[in-house]
Design a protein around this ligand. Sequence first.
Ligand code: 2BA
Length: 107
Amino acid sequence: MKMILAIIQNADRDRLTTALLDAKIGHTRLNTTGGFLRQGNTTLVIGVEDEEVEHVLQLIDRTCQEREVLHRPGSGALHADAYVEPVKVTVGGATIFVLNADQFRKV
Ligand code: 2BA
């Protein structure tokens, strides 16, 4: 059994969760925030049998896109009155961790 943690952009969330639902793959959506951009993203927790991992990775690959966003370095209250040139940052498709799950129980 594996636990997949997939950090994806909010714009891709509905397409991926619809694909997971169609494939009858259980998952949990968490609203999360990226540490660098400090913008909302989504983390999906997906528990699957080992042989389903590749299928899930394919669904993520098909539904999550790379995008460029503008980021103003150091943005925040301390820098509110200083103009800093925005830079382009490439985000995604997805950041994925595949972890061994020792047990899966529902009680
Ligand atoms: P953020 O931390 O908001 O990062 C958004 C994008 O900013 C990243 O896209 C990357 O292209 C860029 N970035 C991140 N840290 C940077 C830095 N120190 N200098 C320059 N650019 C930087 P992704 O790599 O696709 O990551 C998307 C989101 O996945 C991240 O949002 C974060 O929420 C998560 N993530 C990425 N790597 C992670 C890791 N090693 N552990 C946990 N979460 C991670």
